[in-house]
Design a protein around this ligand. Structure first.
Ligand SMILES: NC(=O)c1ccc[n+]([C@@H]2O[C@H](COP(=O)([O-])OP(=O)(O)OC[C@H]3O[C@@H](n4cnc5c(N)ncnc54)[C@H](OP(=O)(O)O)[C@@H]3O)[C@@H](O)[C@H]2O)c1
Length: 287
């Protein structure tokens, strides 16, 4: 297949591009400087010239707190940019894979959210991503919308890397213990996406690694697996942290459709975390 990766400079996109290439697809990577998805005519010209079978989009305005103070930019990228891709992909009869987020849910629940559960985003980021989903459903016939959460990967800044850096700089870490989710390794997600597009089973999917934790218990695991047990980790509440954007307190995603379609659940996040730490040269495995 001819595959175009939009937002190709990002953390998830880099792993997705690699896996598609490994599987023999012809991949063109478009970073933000190669294609700004908010420009409809630029999207049309670029995609028409490349004639893709599949467009993978991870381009997004992902700074959740900044979205609160720059809602126009959030909507321009996360909603209208996606509309542009959806319209042009449909014109070319290409399939579109679009990445969305657990932030489309309100987060007041206590059991894993399924794909068809009611949404209720509480932040500008979550609202703009949900409206991006609607654009995909409305404008592109052959689409896969993949909601994921709590990503960590080698090619971007992520929570694991931040905590390990802070652990070297500070005597103790204060981490929220009232938000629960499923950490997800971009490499595992990229493989699942490559499997997903093998079949024309279009629609909405939840894809995360198995298991769940709070940011606090996750941090304890990170420190343990990286052999930094001496770092003190203190649980705090979301209120104590006081960030501009509201976060869902519970956003575990049930990978329901994926399972019903006969796919194997993604492995436990702890196993994935070990592999990631090894890639970073930080794992205690083999000590
Ligand atoms: N990270 C998470 O924990 C998480 C959780 C759930 C869902 N997601 C979703 O997963 C996807 C990938 O996330 P990620 O963390 O890998 O993202 P990322 O590393 O922040 O990458 C996003 C990319 O989008 C590009 N971009 C921004 N505006 C653009 C525009 N107008 N046109 C073209 N490209 C543009 C950025 O380029 P520049 O850097 O040059 O601006 C960047 O390379 C996103 O859709 C995100 O909403 C992420």
């Amino acid at each position: 297949m001819k595959v175009i990766v939009c937002g190709a400079g990002g953390m998830l996109a880099t792993d997705v591009s690699a896996i598609f290439s490994q599987r023999g697809h012809q991949v063109t990577n478009l970073r933000s400087e190669d294609l700004d998805i908010t420009k409809l005519e630029a999207v049309r010209a670029k995609l028409k010239a490349l004639q893709p079978d599949l467009v993978f989009n991870a381009a997004a305005y992902t700074n959740v707190d900044e979205c609160e103070s720059k809602p126009d930019l959030a909507y321009q990228v996360n909603c209208l940019g996606i509309r542009n891709l959806a319209i042009i992909a449909n014109e070319l009869n290409a399939a579109l894979v679009h990445i969305s987020t657990d932030y489309v849910f309100g987060g007041q629940g206590n059991k894993p959210y399924r794909e068809y559960d009611p949404v209720n985003p509480r932040s500008v980021y979550g609202k703009s991503k949900l409206d991006g989903e609607l654009m995909v459903r409305q404008h592109c016939r052959r689409h896969y919308i993949v909601r994921t959460a709590w990503l960590f990967g080698y090619y971007g800044n992520n929570f694991v890397r931040t905590m390990l850096r802070l652990a070297k700089e500070q005597e103790y870490l204060r981490v929220v213990n009232d938000q629960r989710g499923s950490p997800t390794y971009t490499r595992d997600l990229a493989k699942a996406i490559a499997d997903l597009v093998d079949k024309p089973t279009y629609g909405t999917y939840h894809l995360t690694n198995s298991g769940n934790c709070t940011w606090y218990t996750y941090t304890q695991e990170i420190m343990e697996l990286a052999g930094m047990n001496n770092v003190k980790v203190e649980p705090i509440t979301t209120q104590q942290l006081s960030r501009p954007a509201e976060r869902p307190s519970y956003s575990v995603l049930d990978n329901y459709v994926w399972r019903l379609d006969g796919h194997q659940a993604l492995r436990p996040y702890r196993e994935a975390l070990l592999d990631y730490l090894e890639e970073e040269g930080l794992s205690r495995r083999g000590d």
